[in-house]
Design a binder for this molecule. Structure first.
Ligand SMILES: Cc1cc2nc3c(=O)[nH]c(=O)nc-3n(C[C@H](O)[C@H](O)[C@H](O)COP(=O)(O)O)c2cc1C
Ligand code: SF4
Length: 522
């Protein structure tokens, strides 16, 4: 009887040699005349264990990792196909603490199924949400998503149901669903993992969104740096179309919905929804002034829902299990689960889906295991390059939109980047301003000019020139950028800068190693 072996085809696993390991396993099986079925699954999200090889046994799937090509022969020698012991053995996959402690709703199938098998998808509760949706009135779908408490996972945390209702209520012969898969935040990879590990859940979520608001066409916008995700999504769309999940009659219903994958050249600002629409229309990624909101006048001037990958991929489970089921997870106004992406200098880096409400300390120390270097954690940047740096003193902050805002931070797309005690927070502040200067679309002055001036001011502080005055100027500049910028790129760049200054002021004061002052333009 054939034994099923799983080797991920996710980009993180590929970068760590998964293709070579898969080839070695296939070759070894041929050499030993063993009958195996090799499935290229998505990643389970435990990046430090990749490539993670799993074997289906009577007791469940048994994991080994991280596996290298040179380990393959010994794995076979030790009874890999029966899930027997080996130095790389991790036991039953589901019992690995990092995985066992999670609540996987959105990522329930990621790493479990064959990403391009619609059969496998159906066998693991796939399409149940869409099946329910096609039997409902569109307004009732919108109401269910609203009741679930789902908020946008792209960064702003705007209630998804309210956005959908605006588009639903706007009269137009043509409307669009746009999935924001630009994923530019540092330390984030949840969108990529879904696209590579469970593409049908995103297609299902987009189809439900289309039916709910009366849109028959969707676009998935991602970046050229995601070649594996693009290839996976394109194949999945083709399969879904052939199977009648997409097309003139979704699952044989009265509703039509189809979608295309579009690739941007890769600019951080093209993740901002209006710049994204410009890019999708073939223009330069320049931010549009609001109003009009995209919900009223979006892609090609038509009412448009723009949602992040995780927002849309969370809809199928809500439509399958109900709004109350989803809403029961979480705290305060942050309902449901959030896929934390733990990165940087951390021992156990990866994706951890959990209900809102864990404290930052629990995430970094207990789940992430502290730093990879073993040194003390100095700071954690939460929410991408525009997110604040949190010191250990704020590690009791629960992971919740409002709790983070109350500490002058944001949870953004839920990326966490950990730094040890060697991090220079002045350099990190400079990096934030420089990033803003490089990525600015240039439309408004506080961001375009302010970020460049910000770099210069920080350089003066680094040189120990008139420190107090320069800190005052920097603070004032940050206020101007925060309140005067047209979009959140310029508006949030002050967050990493001011948090670094507030919590790590000693790094901004003259130090023996202060560099001589150098003009930024040189
Ligand atoms: C500079 C900038 C970059 C952004 N990048 C992304 C991104 O990569 N992905 C994303 O989903 N949202 C991004 N956003 C947020 C989007 O503008 C928008 O709020 C989001 O796509 C809405 O979807 P949601 O409600 O599902 O979160 C960015 C915003 C700004 C200001
Ligand atoms: S804040 Fe920056 S990125 Fe946003 S519109 Fe202004 S110049 Fe463009």
């Amino acid at each position: 009887m054939s034994v099923t072996i799983y080797v991920p085809c996710d980009a993180a696993a590929l970068a760590l040699g998964a293709d070579q390991v898969a080839d070695a396993i296939a070759g070894e099986a041929v050499k030993r005349s063993l009958d195996i079925k090799l499935v290229r699954n998505g990643s389970r999200g435990m990046v430090w264990l990749e490539p993670l090889v799993e074997v289906a046994t009577d007791k469940g799937r048994v994991a080994y990792g991280p596996v290298e090509v040179s380990d393959v022969a010994s794995l076979f020698d030790n009874g890999l196909l029966e899930g027997k012991d080996h130095p790389l053995s991790l036991g039953l996959t589901e019992e690995i603490p990092f995985l066992k402690k999670q609540t996987r709703l959105t990522f329930a199938r990621c790493g479990v199924t064959d990403p391009l098998s619609l059969e496998d998808y159906r066998a693991h509760d796939g399409l149940k949400g869409l099946q329910n949706a096609v039997a409902m009135q569109p307004a009732d779908i919108v109401a269910q998503v609203t009741d679930s408490g789902l908020r946008g996972r792209g960064g702003a945390g705007f209630p998804t149901g309210i956005k959908w209702k605006t588009v639903h209520d706007t009269q137009s012969p043509r409307k669009y669903i746009v999935c924001n898969a630009d994923e530019g935040d540092s330390g984030t990879f949840a969108d990529r993992m879904i696209m590579e590990g469970d593409p049908f859940v995103l297609i299902e979520g987009m189809a439900i969104a289309g039916i709910a608001v009366g849109a028959t066409k969707g676009y998935l916008y991602t970046r050229s740096e995601y070649p594996h995700a693009i290839a996976m999504m394109e194949q999945a769309v083709e399969i879904a179309r052939k199977a009648g999940v997409l097309g003139a009659s979704v699952l044989g219903s009265r509703f039509a919905f189809d979608m295309e994958v579009r690739t941007g050249a890769g600019a951080y600002v093209c993740g901002e929804e209006t710049a994204l629409l410009e890019s999708l229309e073939g223009k330069r990624g320049l931010v549009r002034a609001k109003p009009p909101l995209p919900a009223h006048k979006g892609l090609f001037g038509k009412p448009t829902v723009i949602n992040n990958v995780i927002s849309l991929a969370s809809v199928p489970v809500i439509m399958d299990k109900g709004a109350a089921y989803y809403r029961d997870f979480g705290m305060g106004r942050s309902r449901g689960t959030i896929p934390l992406q733990i990165a940087g200098n951390v021992k156990y880096g990866g994706l951890f889906e959990t209900a809102f409400g864990l404290t930052l300390g629990e995430i970094v120390d207990d789940i992430g295991g502290g730093t990879a270097t073993g040194r003390p954690v100095k700071a954690v940047q939460v929410g991408g390059p525009l997110g604040a740096y949190f010191p250990r003193a704020l590690f009791d902050t629960p992971f919740d939109y409002e709790a983070f805002a109350a500490k002058d931070g944001l949870i953004g797309h839920a990326g966490l980047v950990v730094f040890d005690d060697r991090a220079d927070m002045l350099k990190q502040a400079r990096f934030a301003m420089e990033f803003c200067a490089i990525e600015s679309c240039g439309k408004c002055t506080p961001c375009r000019i302010g970020s460049t001036r910000g770099v210069e001011v920080i350089d003066r502080i680094a040189a120990g020139v008139e420190t107090d005055t320069q800190i005052e100027i920097l603070t004032d500049l940050c206020q101007t950028m925060k309140f005067g910028s047209l979009c959140a790129l310029g508006g949030f760049a002050p967050y990493p800068v001011m948090s670094a200054l507030t919590h790590f002021e000693e790094d901004f004061r003259p130090r023996p190693e202060s560099q001589p002052f150098v003009q930024a333009a040189e």
